[in-house]
Design a protein around this ligand. Sequence first.
Ligand code: UN1
Length: 476
Amino acid sequence: MKRLYINGDWHHGASSYTSRSPSDLADVIEEYAIAGAQEVELALGAAHAAAAGWRHSDVQQRADTLDRIGGEILARKTELGTLLAREEGKTLPEAIGEVGRAGAIFKFYAQEALRIRGDKLASVRPGIDVDVTREPVGVIGIIAPWNFPIAIPAWKVAPALAYGNCVVLKPAELVPGSACALAEIIGRAGLPPGVFNLLNGPGRVVGEAMANDHRVDAISFTGSTGTGARVLAACAARRAKVQLEMGGKNPLVILADADLDHAVEVAIQGSYYSTGQRCTASSRLIVDEQIHRRFVAKMVERLSALKVGHALHVDSQIGPVADSAQLEQDMRYIALAQSEGAHLAFGGARLQRATDGYFLSPALFTECAPTMRHVREEIFGPVASVIAARNYEHALELANDTEFGLTAGICTTSLKHATHFKRHARAGMVMVNVPTAGVDYHVPFGGTKGSSYGAREQGSQAVEFFTTVKTSYTGC
Ligand code: UN1
């Protein structure tokens, strides 16, 4: 049984959870301890107590520790990637890539710890100096989703520690394995007890307690729009700092002048890789009507060749859906799309494989209207909807016709349209001739409108969320 990491020690929980692979329900991964109220209390108390000392820790110690954590993650990339692929279902190369990203993030923030800057200004009053410095926020509660079991915890935990905060990490219930492995690595890296704590457990016990407890100074959340709204309300009520990454319904515009084969590749990767379970996935393919017929034909040809299968099989390009609840949601939306009058051009059916898993053939819908519910709501599965556009202006209007604003992509060879799109797409991230999903680890990540709330994650910009600013005046 894998336990909970609290105050530098491994603890039993109130109950346990047995994790199984979505590629093969007969593959039992491990039994994990689940926190109850008592463990939550212990962890919040420990983090709160450790914060007073850790906020003054020297940056060399933080840099060395984060570098060690990153180094071990990278050295064990294949082993950790295999665990990740087993528990979440993304393919082994995708999982190893994600672990590599997590390792690189720790190494990036090891260096960022050495670059915490301030300003020194002359006062407007004579004989006085003004310093503007950055200080740790205190205790950060981290609530992570299941679709990036190690990279998302990494991109929240690493900056939190780099900037001198203590952490209580609540991974998604579905994927405790990668988070436990990360906690073991962090546990060996030499942090003082209480600086990092791991609480596996349900949102209504662990997440809710963190959002409501005065000892948690800030919450960094990635997950569904509905849960995000509840976290925001709880944090607002007690004026805690909060950062939310939620849904997406990301458009990929394909203009008539695009390199069509390249555009099809960008659409396939963005819509279906990682089984479409990314908030950055391209779920709305907005295609110029001049090339619509050719685009759909090429997509169907490419989709028929895609191999859906066990996450650990070498020839699998798309793994299973992560669990039965997500599969039910995907199937519900596939049925809804058909009842709304969309045409199912490919896929959308459960697949049988040698092992009992949640395999679904990637679905492509055409004849979609922008008002249809399956075109407006996030599905979070391997489902994409093609919407025809009359011209570039119409395509841009359709792209922005959404309550979300995470990523927006365009495939075009026109500099004029690419430049215009970068300026006018209402999204936090814009991709020209590259998939809407799959981002760098050293630059800001986040969206506009209903997708995100609060300061940006990742890159040097993460300093905004994980520090507060102090202004000091010194008279002579
Ligand atoms: C990516 O596209 O590489 O939950 C990252 C998500 C996002 C991360 C996507 N927060 O899908």
